[in-house]
Write a protein that binds this ligand. Sequence first.
Ligand code: ADP
Ligand code: ADP
Length: 229
Amino acid sequence: QGNVRFEDVRFAYNPDRPILRGVSFEVPAGRTVAIVGPSGAGKSTLSRLLFRFYEPRAGRILIDGQDIAGVEQGSLRAAIGMVPQDTVLFNDTIGYNIRYGRWDASPEEVREAARLAQIDRFVSGLPEGYDTPVGERGLKLSGGEKQRVAIARTILKGPPILVLDEATSALDSFTEREIQDALDRISRGRTTLVIAHRLSTVVNADEILVLDRGIITERGTHESLLAEG
Ligand code: ADP
Ligand code: ADP
């Protein structure tokens, strides 16, 4: 479950400026595919199309063989988990932010998600710590801590498909390594599309695609792409 396929997808925000010029690739169910490329290449546009924030001008996007053009946005959001570059938390408690979208989750499930995301590193005395307010009038979280909350929310949501859009690129290199480990853990067994601008952050991907000015120019593994230079 969770096979994602882009078939000759073309897209432009403005008709006179093509952004995606025929992009085809597949993320087999349970596998990880990374899209790397320079800023402005069209990487984030791919994920916006996957959530149907925009529609392709041509080509198709399929999930488990079904064209998403006929799938409601709500169903896509339920099936696809997203960890963005900068997580914006609600000005509410940590627990609210973890449980967001999974209000039926039991306290045990919430605790397990928080444990896997290692939130106890900055909130002591769980589960009381879940009532800690964050944001403007609460605890100020670092970038890495916010990413851990986003990861806990994603673990709780448990979607078959995951999009990680530059999820570590705003972090210092030490925090980046820690969050990368957590992301590697949650992507295991899930169909995962990783968007990154550096090859060094996608070592574990089953396949890496290089996107440049709306075209896939190279594909391979971390080793084969490094060997080519
Ligand atoms: P990447 O994620 O690879 O950095 P994006 O997909 O964000 O690239 O953007 C690709 C191109 O599309 C960029 O030139 C960007 O300026 C342009 N773009 C992004 N969003 C919009 C928008 N809403 N309207 C017009 N142009 C946009
Ligand atoms: P779902 O409820 O299925 O998670 P949503 O569209 O409500 O779907 O949210 C998708 C993801 O986007 C959430 O998991 C959350 O991380 C993020 N999100 C949505 N709205 C906000 C918001 N206002 N502030 C912060 N994050 C948000």
